[in-house]
Design a protein around this ligand. Sequence first.
Ligand code: GCU
Length: 127
Amino acid sequence: PAPTDYQAEDATISQGVVESNHAGFTGTGFVNYDNVAGSSVQFTVSAATAGTHEVKLRFANGTTTDRPMDLTVNGGAATNVSFPGTGAWTTWVEKTVTVSLAAGANTIRATATTANGGPNLDRISIG
Ligand code: GCU
């Protein structure tokens, strides 16, 4: 089946704001993480089948410094994922991560791990 998109602006945001001033986002905007470690966006996603799924995180990072984030599923162990510079805040790219999901509802949280906060996050797609 086609991947399902979940917009960051519809997710649960802790220490971040929804903005729309950098073109190229999907939906109605994106999340600008506060520039602090611990800022986060949490999605509730649905999986038809238990097991391995591809998560694509669509982001922009207009700086030349990586904005790594910890990815956690259902509050489990964190995987630290790199979100390197994309060249401009209007240049959006997808980072693909493989995660293990339960059948039904799951939470996926992306938490900034440096004082720069996260990248600008547009959406995630679950395959
Ligand atoms: C700029 C940019 C924001 C971005 C921020 C940051 O202010 O306009 O979209 O989130 O830098 O460095 O996090």
